[in-house]
Design a protein around this ligand. Structure first.
Ligand code: NAD
Length: 446
């Protein structure tokens, strides 16, 4: 009989995973503790912006006309426990308030809520990003709380999806990593992922600690790469060099590669910053903190970018923000997402406003979330509206729509034709030809 799957926590990761599992042919039940989220998903609406996700959801959600009906949603752990052979844990693991460490309370709560309803053999598969050592503890807790005892098994299967490409990455992962304690778990996970495995996705089987570490190691590497090029941008500015040319030139070396070498205002979002901090905290607990001291520098280079962008903007408007209007293009931490968690763009916008400027923000998809997080900023319905009367326009999230802006017509509405490119994604020549002063991080003035 076909495996039945539950997905616990239907946020960015879980909603995508649930829809993707239904697409792969499984019967799926998604569970969340937020009833409004479940109500939306049940109607085939996605509570976040993710390209292609709503279509996928509507293709499978029971009750939607023409849907396969393989996907349903609930808030009941009892129902989930009865329904599933495999339970994916996709709840959030944020940074603890006032500490670097990871807040495991949501994962613990999910396992403790589910376990008492496991009355037949089941596999619980953690996908959330957790500190190394968590799976061992959770496996013991699971066997202790589940009526079925040790037949409630645990596996860890970290997730590598990128927001903005979540559907593609989930259906066609570049690798599948599973940490297992036995053959049964591996066999079941091979069955779950048989389609991507058949397509050629590498399937890496390992133990719990390695599986947990793969995820944070990957994020640490990416964060380091970004901070590396941003450190080079700082040196370029001091020396009169051009970081964009530098990145192009080093990127031709195959050992280095071109990706993730775009200097700018740095990384943010719900993953990278909190994951590298939690990794440092966990290494400290393990007595291996020296191994990760470089991540402190990576974090600090990254946070410095935001302050530096604010300084560039201040300089651009003549040395003080008071009485100046600043347009901010972009609110999300990256394009093709509505996610504003720890967004460098919003952070910069907020700092500039606190220093006395009138800041107006526009983002193609992140307006609602931005408003909820920073209600005191002004928001405009279009890029042109945000730019009206601006003494400087800041490009802070590299949406395609911003790359395609027409500098000539935008130039009609601003007070001063000054653009600061916080993502090194615009074409300086095009903007300069239209009479703008173009400045970017790590590049010469003209
Ligand atoms: N977003 C990404 O791109 C991404 C990528 C890879 C890994 N991850 C990891 O996946 C995990 C989830 O991230 P996310 O971005 O989807 O977070 P999210 O905040 O969007 O979603 C988490 C969901 O879990 C629900 N939840 C919380 N406690 C619950 C409980 N006890 N029972 C049931 N549901 C509960 C929340 O209501 C929310 O809907 C994190 O560990 C994150 O680090 C995220």
């Amino acid at each position: 009989m076909a495996l039945k799957i539950t997905v616990i926590g239907t946020g960015y990761l879980g909603a995508t995973h649930a829809a993707a599992m239904a697409e792969l042919g499984f019967e799926v039940l998604g569970l969340d503790v937020v009833p409004e989220k479940i109500a939306m998903l049940t109607e085939g609406r996605v509570p976040m912006y993710e390209p292609g996700l709503e279509e996928l959801l509507r293709r499978h959600t029971a009750g939607i006309e023409g849907a396969t009906g393989r996907l349903r949603f609930t808030t009941s752990y009892e129902e989930a426990g009865e329904f599933g052979d495999i339970h994916f844990i996709c709840v959030n693991t944020p940074q603890k308030h006032g500490e670097y460490a990871c807040d495991m309370s949501y994962v613990n709560s999910a396992v403790e809520s589910l376990a008492p309803h496991l009355r037949r053999p089941a596999l619980v598969v953690g996908k959330s990003t957790v500190p190394v050592g968590s799976a061992d503890l959770l496996a013991a807790r699971l066997a202790e709380l589940a009526p079925v005892g040790a037949d409630a098994e645990l596996a860890w299967n970290p997730e590598f999806l990128r927001e903005g490409f979540a559907v593609q990455d989930t259906l066609h992962p570049d690798r599948i990593v599973v940490g297992v304690a036995g053959d049964r778990a591996e066999k079941l996970l091979r069955e779950v992922y048989q389609t991507p495995i058949a397509e050629g996705s590498p399937f890496v089987v390992t133990d719990f600690p390695t599986a947990e570490l793969v995820k944070v190691a990957a994020n640490s590497f990416l964060a380091t790469k970004i901070s590396f090029i941003n450190a080079m941008a700082e040196v370029c500015e001091a020396a009169g060099g051009d970081v964009v040319k530098l990145a192009e030139a080093i990127g031709y070396d195959e050992r280095i590669g071109k990706k993730f070498l775009r200097a700018g205002i740095g990384f943010g979002g719900g993953c990278l910053p909190k994951d590298i901090r939690a990794f440092m905290a966990r290494a400290g607990e393990l007595g291996a903190d020296q191994a990760l001291t470089f991540l402190r520098e990576v974090d600090s280079i990254n946070m410095r970018r935001r302050g530096h962008m604010v300084e560039l903007a201040r300089e651009a408007v003549g040395g003080a923000f008071l009485g100046k209007r600043v347009a901010v293009l972009g609110a999300t931490f990256k394009p093709d997402s509505d996610d504003v968690r720890d967004s460098p763009a919003l952070n910069v916008a907020g700092q500039i406003q606190l220093q006395g400027a009138q800041v107006t923000v526009f983002d193609p998809k992140g307006m609602e979330n931005a408003r909820a997080l920073f209600p005191t900023l002004a928001y405009a319905a279009t890029a042109a509206e945000a730019a009206e009367g601006a003494h400087a326009v800041l490009h802070l999230t590299e949406w395609r729509e911003f790359r395609e802006l027409d500098p000539a017509s935008l130039g009609e509405v601003v007070a001063e034709r000054r653009i600061l490119d916080g993502r090194n994604a615009l074409d300086p020549d095009v903007w300069r030809d239209a009479g703008w002063t173009y400045r970017a991080l790590g590049r010469p003035m003209a």
